[in-house]
Ligand binder design. Structure first.
Ligand SMILES: [Zn+2]
Ligand SMILES: [Zn+2]
Length: 333
């Protein structure tokens, strides 16, 4: 083999600043693929790792530059994306059942491959968790689908949300604005809950059937109760407010990654049979279905572009931290 490659990455640091660094890898062998990064979304989870000495970014899209000798189904020049999970075992019960996002031996962002991420110039990934981007989706639009889009679509797919269901979406951000589009395109009625009215017009345009501003509200009065509630805010909502608008046996999906414990009023939860369902990132089958569905129904994120530079990463992450991104920051090489 050759000498391998040196490539640029943008890492977190103990002080929280972004550090530009160079990583080195041998050339791809076996089932590995060298990808030249072209775009990366900035996800809220990147913020959680900004103090870690690791390459950041897990909503990557790029072009295949070099293939290991065992890779099937990909060719040099293909546009591919990847998300939170890097590799799974393929043999545990979760993998065999298709719920490979819960593989007990998975390698993923924050725990493995800390020398490379989607904030950078290149990365080498196992082909098994690379996804071909459909021709109808521009690479910059595909990036936010790889984690944010997949995370909400997995809930719809895995927990069988139906076109006849009423679904609440709490928060209109990177995940929420995609959830509204997926749900409305599949025919569900979508009630959006946001702090203020500032995103009302856009939420309705994206397909929401109702919009409710929740700031200062002590009781929600909505058109009809909800079968499902997808929580996408960066903070935990007032659960007592939302339990009152759930149908009996309704399901709540707290996708928010937060250090805080979820504390939910016990009596309405128990007596009305409400289920709180955890869900993390996406299985490969949901990810593939999501990309096909997004291509077929022309679902696109609304993005703000930043350059793939130290300054661009810093600016994009700061804007996300301040809650000012509408609705997903994308780094562009
Ligand atoms: Zn993410
Ligand atoms: Zn497994």
């Amino acid at each position: 083999m050759g000498k391998g490659i040196d490539f640029t990455v943008f890492k977190g640091s103990a002080a929280g600043g972004i550090v530009q660094a160079t990583s080195h890898r041998d050339e791809p062998t076996g089932n590995q693929v060298l990808v030249k990064v072209t775009h990366s979304g900035i996800c809220g989870t990147d913020e959680h790792f900004k103090h870690a000495d690791m390459a950041l970014g897990h909503e990557g899209v790029g072009t295949v530059e070099q293939l290991g000798e065992d890779v099937k189904g990909l060719a040099v020049g293909d546009v591919v994306g990847w998300g939170y999970v890097h590799k799974t075992c393929g043999t545990c019960i979760q993998c065999l059942a298709g719920h490979d996002n819960y593989c007990t031996a998975h390698v993923m962002y924050g725990t493995g491959n800390l020398d490379q991420g989607s904030f950078g110039s290149h990365a080498i990934w196992d082909a098994s968790w690379l996804f071909k981007i459909p021709a109808g989706i521009a690479p910059e639009d595909a990036a936010p689908l790889m984690c944010g889009g997949a995370t909400v679509f997995t809930v719809i797919d895995t927990y069988n949300i139906r076109p006849t269901d009423r679904v609440g979406v709490v928060g209109v951000g990177g995940l929420g604005h995609l959830a509204v589009q997926f749900l409305s395109k599949m025919g569900a009625s979508v009630a959006v809950f946001s702090n203020t009215d500032s995103k009302r017009a856009e939420a309705l345009q994206l397909g929401a059937t109702e919009f409710y501003a929740t700031k200062g509200t002590t009781a929600l009065d909505i058109a009809a109760p909800l079968d499902h509630l997808i929580v996408t805010t960066s903070f935990l909502p007032d659960w007592s407010l939302f339990l009152n608008v759930m149908k009996p046996m309704g399901k709540i999906y707290p996708l928010t990654i937060s250090g805080a414990d979820i504390v939910i009023p016990t009596m309405p939860l128990v007596t009305r049979g409400i289920r709180v369902q955890g869900s993390a990132v996406s299985s490969r089958s949901s990810q593939i279905k999501m990309l096909d569905f997004a291509a077929a129904h022309k679902i696109r994120p609304i993005i703000e572009r930043f350059p793939m530079t130290k300054k661009g990463v810093e600016e994009g992450m700061a804007k996300l931290r301040e809650g000012r991104v509408r609705y997903r920051a994308v780094l562009v090489v």
